[in-house]
Design a protein around this ligand. Structure first.
Ligand code: PAF
Length: 290
């Protein structure tokens, strides 16, 4: 496994391999990241992982300084997965002195995480554009847990004609359903036990959906009720939105489905999760052809 830091070292190492799958990370790796690595392994000649805690996607007062870091453990995990290349740039490697360009995606960044964390997605879109361009990755792998991030990256890649295919990998969950996140480490024992309320809320909405409920408020209420039973949980948002535009829905079109998502604070820790309400297949008789 080759570990490189500068853009020049990266370019040299990149030139030595054929098709490349990139897993962009901020480190402090867990099974969720490794599931992205495994997905990349099957579809590319070589797998690269970037480890970079990107300062531009953290707002004032957020956890940039205390974001968990353990580079030695990360490298050992990646070596055990047979990763070919790891890029561990410094801030100056990613944003060289004089760097003045930011990538801003409008519309879908105004809501949900974008509304709660102003500037966050400009930081994400900018760093992902740099990571994709610098690695010249053929494919890049992102977790469905950050559903809005995936939409933003897909929009950015299409608009800027970046020739990397974006692959979404299902959310990796702990045995009790909690979505894996590097931030779970911030939770104390009681908060960790209560944090399953997120997935329980999403599953409650899914049960309503399966039972035929199509009213957006009723689906949101199903989630809010579950969260309300958890005294430590302070919901930031509870959303039932169009899976592409992220516009909140009054009524869910059964042929489009919806993205249920939520952000919930436990003390100073903010957790997010989501679940897609899958569209119903169109009735057979309605297709245009025979
Ligand atoms: O999802 C993350 O870990 C980060 O947002 C990413 C995509 C690595 C960009 O810094």
């Amino acid at each position: 496994m080759k570990v490189v830091t500068t853009r020049a070292e990266l370019a040299r190492a990149r030139a030595e391999v054929g098709s490349l799958g990139l897993v962009p990370t901020m480190g402090y790796l867990h099974e969720g990241h490794l599931s992205l690595v495994r997905a990349a392994r099957g579809a590319n000649d070589a797998v690269a992982v970037s480890i970079f805690v990107n300062p531009t996607q953290f707002g004032e007062g957020e956890d940039f300084e205390r974001y968990p870091r353990d580079p030695e453990r990360d490298l050992a995990l990646l070596a055990a997965e047979g990763v070919d290349l790891v890029w561990t740039p410094t801030v100056d490697d990613v944003y060289p002195p004089g760097s003045a360009t930011r990538v801003s995606v409008s519309g879908i960044t105004d809501v949900l995480e974008g509304a709660s964390r102003p500037g966050h997605f400009t930081g994400v879109a900018t760093v992902v554009a740099i990571l994709l361009n610098a690695t010249r990755a053929d494919r890049a792998y992102f977790g469905q847990k950050d559903a809005q991030q995936v939409l933003v990256v897909r929009r950015m890649v299409e608009d800027l004609a970046i020739p990397t295919r974006i692959v979404t990998v299902p959310t990796f969950r702990e045995a009790d359903g909690l979505a894996m996140s590097s931030r779970n480490v911030y939770l104390d024992e009681t908060q960790r036990a209560g944090a399953t309320a997120l997935v329980e809320a999403l599953r409650a909405a899914c049960r309503e959906w399966t039972a035929g409920v199509r009213d957006g408020d009723a689906l949101r209420a199903a989630m809010t009720e579950v969260l309300a039973r958890q005294p430590q949980a302070r919901p930031d948002y509870v959303s039932v939105a169009d899976p592409d535009s992220l516009a909140e829905l009054d009524t869910v079109d059964p042929t489009r489905g919806a993205l249920c998502s939520l952000a919930v604070r436990f003390g100073t820790t903010r957790l997010i999760d989501n679940l897609l309400l899958e569209p119903e297949p169109a009735p057979c008789g309605n297709s245009a052809g025979r």
